[in-house]
Design a protein around this ligand. Structure first.
Ligand code: ADP
Ligand code: ZN
Length: 662
């Protein structure tokens, strides 16, 4: 008897493989079809891929597709996007696929199935009456959605100018033509206020996508996106990898945020990849920020992006008045961190029945603990980092690897007792000082170790709105997005904090963060006031904040980066070598240095110990390749790695367009 030979299909697995594997199927399967297939002893979900199957595998060695899942095939636009991201970031295609499809995603849950509702949003519901500027911008975005073609718009507008209202117009337009929208937010778990506004605008909740979803919600959401039932998805960066069949709009809110850069695994910048996803889907992309990145500003200046500006706050609210408090002239009391003028401003604000915010981008009580007797500093055993005291947990904690220990009774170096001193402040220490100065005023700390999820964030926002709290002490978590009507004073405890370290974007990032946090003040009738505690009031960053002239600051940044071909005027790729053995890390870094590419427009920096020369127990060295913009960096790096002999015990991580240089 002669059996017909089986049909061969390529299946890409959401695992760290570049290649699709060939399986046998009973029938031809369309690319994108989700299947369950055996891989060694286990079963995994994968996607039928566009590659030609391997005809050389002998038939008897072919494994069969175990199950074809009842699920819409991954759309071609997503498959193309996965391949594009993989080649750009030098990740394996399977790893990129895994950003959306988890190997266990579609395995049905045991027990009762819960039904989730998505969409049903009503595009017909009228939004608020728009101001003239807002209406112009809103109409431009509606037109971009109607055109159903790719293009990027930078929506730049001062804090409180109604950017959110304006881009919700674009979402309304997409709903009206029956297309799906994706809104990316940098910290989706904390976006309660956004979701409330969305609900009051459309009378329905969007689908929400982030890493904290329960498996059941995750699966239901994934399916709702794939079938088109979910019309609007609000998500973290990984939402880019959802199987939208009919994407009509992508919005990236707070596009300047470095939280959009994923640093582990596949290192990709969700803002940049959103633009790519939109291009492949022939949809418009809207980048939104009050403090756009230099990358986006340059793209707008060169005409690659359309630009829409909102120059004034909504409803006639004024921009806050910003002033510097020179700590050299008006220092805090010994061992304290709030200058008398800042304390006085808080007192006046409270006396008027308004709320104040103190901003310090540092969690915990104190960033350094040292022995007063011998000078020993409490450091992490696994990382190049000091341990941060957290009084609330009564622990010393490493913010990089999570290592934690109790504060010892005596100094581990000299044995002295009760000799430890806490050096410098974190938000907990500011809260302690506030409690001393304003004992009868309720205060709230907002930092990621206390506000751990949407529930806590919602409770905090409600307490602030209900005036149960009048002083808010927060880290970067409070800097963006929030709208607290009674908040009129923002005090920045250490405006110089982000400027050390000399990283390429330190100035830009500090301006952005402080401008955003300043933007929380005086968003309604009562005027806002911002005080920056600083030791360097003449620093260009402080001058930019004082004048409010961000475009001038960005022009200066551009002028400084352009001659040396620093991004966005040139390209960077970082190679991070790491190993458990320090000698091996060094040898590998030197080998990479010897085999590095050279030629016109290519510059290799390093190798050098990374600022975190030890991280989670691994020794780290860095090399940086800087090139002209027009050079094909992926090919250069691929060949570089291929010709270098790298010990299997060493790891080389590639970071294209690095944001962090740690
Ligand atoms: P941005 O995103 O630019 O910071 P928002 O969209 O958050 O600004 O707007 C600031 C505040 O003003 C919000 O409370 C918003 O609801 C309100 N707002 C903005 N535009 C309008 C409008 N046209 N009508 C009514 N309220 C508006
Ligand atoms: Zn550590």
């Amino acid at each position: 008897m002669c059996l017909a030979s089986p049909i061969r299909v390529s299946v890409l697995l959401p695992l760290p493989f570049e290649a699709a594997f060939t399986y046998a199927a009973e029938e031809a399967l369309a690319p994108g079809t989700l299947v369950r297939v055996p891989l060694g002893p286990r079963m995994v979900v994968g996607a039928v891929w566009d590659d030609a199957p391997d005809e050389t595998v002998p038939e008897r060695r072919l494994k069969a597709v175990a199950e074809v899942l009842d699920f819409p095939p991954l759309p071609e636009s997503l498959r193309e996007f996965v391949a594009w991201v993989a080649q750009y970031t030098l990740a394996k295609r399977g790893e990129v696929l895994a950003l959306g499809v988890k190997a266990n995603l579609l395995v049905a849950a045991k027990g009762r199935r819960k039904v989730f509702e998505f969409g049903g949003a009503d595009a017909g519901l009228a939004g608020p009456a728009l101001s003239e500027d807002q209406a112009v911008a809103g109409a431009a975005l509606r037109a971009a959605v109607k055109a159903e073609k790719f293009g990027v718009t930078l929506l730049d507008g001062v804090t409180g100018s109604g950017k959110t209202e304006v881009y919700l117009e674009a979402v309304a337009q997409a709903l009206a033509v029956g297309k799906q929208s994706l809104v990316l937010l940098p910290e989706i778990a904390l976006s309660v206020q956004f979701l409330q506004r969305f609900f009051s605008r459309f009378g329905a909740m969007p689908a929400v996508w982030h890493s904290e979803l329960t498996p059941a919600v995750r699966r239901a959401t994934y399916k709702a996106v794939a079938t088109g039932a979910a019309k609007v998805v609000v998500g973290a960066r990984s939402a880019l990898f959802l199987p939208f069949p009919d994407l009509g709009l992508i919005v990236v809110d707070e596009e300047h945020e470095s939280a959009f850069k994923q640093e582990d695994g596949v290192t990709y910048h969700a803002r940049d990849m959103a633009v790519v996803r939109a291009r492949i889907s022939r949809a418009p992309c809207v980048l939104v920020s009050a403090t756009p990145s230099l990358e986006s500003v340059e793209n707008a200046n060169s005409g690659r992006y359309q630009r829409l500006d909102l120059m004034a706050r909504h409803g006639g609210a004024k921009m806050p008045a910003v002033a510097a408090l020179d700590l050299r002239e008006d220092p805090p009391e010994r061992g304290k961190f709030l200058a008398p003028a800042l304390i006085a401003a808080v007192r006046e604000t409270l006396a008027r029945g308004e709320q104040a915010m103190l901003f310090l981008n540092r969690r915990g009580y104190a960033p350094l603990t040292l022995c007063r007797h011998c000078g020993h500093r409490m450091a992490c055993p696994n990382c190049t980092a000091w341990l941060v005291e957290h009084k609330s947990h009564k622990r010393l904690i490493c913010h990089h690897c999570g290592h934690n220990e109790a504060l010892p009774e005596s100094c581990p170096a000299c044995g002295a007792e009760e000799s430890f001193a806490a050096i410098g402040p974190g938000v907990e220490r500011i809260a302690e000082e506030v409690a001393l100065v304003f004992p009868e005023v309720p205060a709230l700390v907002m930092a990621s170790d206390v506000i751990t999820g949407p529930k806590e964030a919602a409770a905090a926002a409600a307490a602030i709105a209900a005036r149960e709290v009048d002083i808010i002490i927060g880290t970067q978590m409070v800097a963006k997005g929030w709208h607290f009507p009674h908040l009129t004073l923002v005090g920045v405890v250490d405006a110089d904090l982000g400027l050390g370290g000399g990283d390429l974007r330190a100035g830009e990032r500090t301006v952005q963060m402080l401008y955003q946090v300043a933007g929380r003040a005086g968003r309604e009738e009562a005027p806002g006031r911002v005080l920056l505690q600083t030791y360097s009031p003449e620093h260009p960053v402080m001058l930019a904040l004082l004048s409010g002239d961000l475009p001038a600051f960005m022009a200066q940044e551009a002028a400084e980066r352009r001659p040396g071909h620093w991004p966005p005027f040139g390209r960077l790729v970082a190679l991070i070598v790491s190993a458990l053995d320090e000698g091996l890390a060094d040898r590998t870094a030197r080998a990479l240095s010897r085999s590095a590419p050279h030629g016109a427009g290519i510059e290799i920096l390093g190798p050098a110990p990374a600022p975190f020369a030890l991280l989670r127990g691994r020794f780290r060295r860095r090399l940086l390749m800087k090139t002209r913009r027009d050079l094909p960096v992926q090919g250069l790096v691929r060949e570089w790695l291929a010709r270098t002999e790298i010990d299997r015990a060493a790891r080389v991580d590639v970071d294209v367009d690095p944001v962090s240089f740690m």
